[in-house]
Design a protein around this ligand. Sequence first.
Ligand code: PEP
Length: 233
Amino acid sequence: MLIAGNWKMYKGPAEAAVFCRALRDAGLPEDVDVVVCPPYVSLEAAVQALAGTEIGVFAQSCHWEAEGAFTGEVSAAMLHEVGAYGTLVAHSERRQWFGETDESAAARVRTALAEGLDVIACVGETLAEREAGETEAVLRRQVGVLEHDDNLVIAYEPVWAIGTGKTATPAMAQEAHETIKSLLDVPVLYGGSVKPENAAELLAQPAVDGALVGGASLDVDSFAAICRAAVTS
Ligand code: PEP
């Protein structure tokens, strides 16, 4: 089981260090892989605060070129240099607000993996797509541009469930994860309003290999509770 916390645009370096020190003292279960994804500027603080622990630090995206005139972007090698172990790619907020496409997502994934970073690539349908019966077609399109890699994990995040308090039912998650796994044999995390109260039920689904957690990962107690729920699932 892998539990990853996506901090989005929360927690600067000082707050990240305080959070990570509390997380290392939170008594996380040993048999669950735990990852935090701070904003770029807080990566180094998180890496330092978690040094000597098994908790991984991932970025939230990275560029597909090694370097160049790409204002505002960060390369995979730069992430490596500050001690990041991996990166998220193609979170739906990147797709929605920053023009991420399936093709740019695939290019970022390829480069990050080639640099030796682990990757959590995000896929998922919008509410309109689900209501139009297009969930499977969307997943086929988004997953279809990716290739198998031992260091690749996919996060199924139905866009309508992210930050909305609406969660996919365990059956919906199971069905989508089965579709993804039929396309690519990689671990699949569920993301979308995962909280301590619903984590165990979602994580108990056979095709759910962990969770990508947004809002509930910003609080040490709720994030640690989700990590603990992963043990019993
Ligand atoms: C996310 O940001 O990946 C996410 C799933 O957010 P939330 O848990 O807040 O819905």
